[in-house]
Ligand binder design. Sequence first.
Ligand code: HRQ
Length: 115
Amino acid sequence: MSSSTSTQYLSPESACRTSPQQVKQLRPKPLLLKILRAAGAQGETFTLKELVHYLGEYISKKQLYDKKQQHMVYCGGDQLGDLLGCESFSVNDPRPVYEMLKRNVTSVTVTVTAE
Ligand code: HRQ
């Protein structure tokens, strides 16, 4: 038996939406933006989810986590450490990251117009 299902992928963008949408976004300050860019981020504004994602990418890429205790991040000597103002932190207590984000992003409302 062959199950040849040609999957029709409908993106959410295909939903009919004509009125402009206001979207809450965060605009990182230059040093944070540099770190996010190093992790592959593009653009100028991001959602919180994207910020967390790219910070994680950065930590992975630069292998700032402890190989044995992977919840530990050692950022001393890296520009991330300068930004956080600490040498290390744990995902179990990410307050330095949270505080850094509060200092380094400004909230913006972007108006997105559907094409
Ligand atoms: C990747 C790989 C790892 C293999 C870590 C950060 C936690 C952003 C990324 C965060 C936490 C709370 C708030 C905002 C951001 C409010 C990443 C990590 C890792 N081990 C620890 C990682 O090991 N990620 O700290 N973030």
